[in-house]
Write a protein that binds this ligand. Structure first.
Ligand code: MSP
Length: 503
């Protein structure tokens, strides 16, 4: 059986889930549903990143013990994903004892192989990025991402021999052995790598809320090393839980934002090479987005929470609108007003109205007596080309295109209704012709409902109920392989409105 292992980043618990985390997680869920429906043995990992100075600081500010604070925020992430119908296979927390053990095993291995050594480090450290930053990276002396001055930090740390892996990683990225998508990001990483690669410090003396270095209790593990290893502990790579999940390795896809690409494309592969663990196959890096043209920030008060979107649009529409607002690789913008406009136009007027009026016509013209015809040549061609585009877009992870591709089918069906005017055919008693038109429209509706399944699973189920179709995954894979479906039975009854129009 083919397998597909995909991951989101694990999210810092110093912040409650917002639209940024939601975007990454929804993308992962859609891909997981797609591969699962195509009968891949799919494992989808997400979770929370809970150690480090930043978390300790925020917990203290809120009068919490760090672990209690982590429990609290981690739960918020779980609730958000439940709200959004995120069907993850496992939710990992870096405070899980099993994860901590995995990190210790990995570090011990590196130490025993002589790939870790002790040395002094002095530099500017941004505690919000949890990393040392160079002077060149700063904007007016401040971290450009957090608008805060980094602190001068000097201590004796353990270092990982990252520099030894520069050439090999360069080659693996250049040859797409580690495929970085989109291409511009691959070139950015290659450009940065060609400037050189220094060893990195992987332990901290001052940070206490972290995993202890197994061979030196005075030091703790650098949070990024701790965090990256979640991708191994999440599937029990070292078989500590006596599971057989480790067969999922190597990861087929790490989905991340562009801000953390360096860690995933360079540091992570180097650690894996050092551990003699096979490398992940692909890294999909999405852009950063703004809200109404402004950077999202608590100070500006423009942080969009997933709950806000779900209350306004419902779960399915939220998922669909999020992923299709701009191409995955580039920076984009969200504005609630624009999303509302798209919701009304694409979901209420196009898809929702199509289902409503078609089943209305069925009830009016055929009552309980409808025996569908095979699709006409032109509808069949339209269906095939839509399914082909859909598959190509999924294979290339061009997720933003997919809703537009499926909606092109419902637009076609809406146009077809106007063009063929079934009410005239009914009036003129051209029943055979009327049967053909309605059948064609029904094929479009059923196909679009199946194709929308990974993105809008609940709406898809609702529409497919009208076709008395329960086994969605089975029908989905059949459609994608054979480019056709059957309409056997229908539930002809008055329709509820799928998407209420927003004002
Ligand atoms: N904990 C690390 C990841 C460790 S993975 C081994 C981390 N966490 S995070 O919570 O800060 O960010 C997680 C993800 O959310 C990143 O992929 C990041 O790109 C994404 N986003 C957070 N804010 C975002 C936007 N405003 N726009 C797009 N994505 C954003 O980094």
């Amino acid at each position: 059986m083919k397998k597909f292992y995909l991951t989101t980043p694990i999210y810092y618990v110093n912040d409650e889930p917002h639209i940024g985390h939601t975007y990454t997680t929804v993308i992962a869920d859609i891909l997981a549903r797609y591969f699962k429906s195509l009968k891949y043995n799919t494992f989808f990992l997400t979770g929370t990143d809970e150690h480090g100075a930043k978390v300790e600081e925020v917990a203290k500010k809120n009068n919490f013990e760090p672990k209690h604070y982590c429990d609290f925020i981690s739960q918020k992430f779980k609730q958000a994903w439940e709200l959004l119908d995120i069907n993850y296979s496992r939710f990992i927390r870096t405070t899980d004892p099993h994860h901590e053990q995995t990190v210790k095993i990995a570090l011990k291995k590196l130490y025993e192989k002589g790939l870790i050594y002790k040395s002094y480090y002095e530099g500017l450290y941004c505690i919000h990025c949890e990393k040392f930053v160079s002077k060149e990276e700063l904007a007016n002396g401040k971290c450009p991402d957090h608008n805060l001055e980094p602190i001068l930090h000097k201590e004796e740390n353990y270092f990982f021999r990252l520099s030894e892996y520069k050439d090999i990683i360069y080659k693996k990225i250049e040859s797409d052995e580690i495929l970085i998508l989109p291409l511009e990001r691959k070139n950015e990483i290659l450009g940065k790598l060609s400037l050189g690669l220094e060893d990195i410090s992987i332990s901290r003396k001052a940070v206490r809320w972290a995993i202890k270095i197994p061979f030196d209790e005075e030091q703790t593990v650098y949070v990024w090393v701790d965090a990256l290893i979640n991708y191994l502990s999440g599937i029990d790579y070292f078989k500590l839980e006596n599971s057989n999940l480790c067969e999922f390795w190597p990861a087929d896809l790490h989905i991340i934002g562009k801000d953390i690409l360096w860690f995933h494309a360079v540091i992570w592969p180097a650690l894996l090479l050092a551990l003699e663990v096979p490398l992940p196959k692909r890294i999909l890096s999405h852009g950063f987005f703004t809200v109404d043209g402004k950077k999202m920030s608590k100070t500006l008060g423009n942080v969009i929470k997933p709950k806000q979107l779900v209350e306004l649009f419902g779960v399915d529409a939220t998922r669909m609108l999020l992923i299709s607002n701009f191409p995955l690789g580039i920076d984009g913008d969200f504005s609630i007003n624009e999303l509302k406009e798209r919701y009304n136009k694409e979901l209420a007027d196009n898809l929702g109205n199509l289902v409503f009026r078609t089943f209305g016509m069925l009830e009016k013209y055929f009552k309980n007596n409808f025996s569908p015809k095979r699709p006409s040549y032109e509808t069949k061609q339209k269906l095939i080309s839509c399914i082909k585009d859909y598959k190509i877009s999924f294979e290339n992870f061009n997720l933003h295109k997919i809703p537009h591709i499926v909606l092109s089918l419902t637009s076609y069906a809406n146009w077809y209704i106007q063009f063929k005017s079934p009410w005239v055919l009914f009036k003129e008693n051209k029943i055979e012709e009327l049967l053909q038109v309605i059948s064609d429209i029904l094929y479009c509706i059923k196909t679009s409902a199946l194709l929308f399944y990974p993105i809008m699973p609940n709406i898809s189920k609702k529409i497919l109920k009208l076709f008395k179709t329960d086994n969605i995954e089975e029908n989905f894979s059949f459609l994608l392989e054979n480019f056709e479906i059957d309409i056997k039975e229908l539930k002809i009854e008055k329709q509820e409105i799928l998407f209420k129009k927003l004002i």
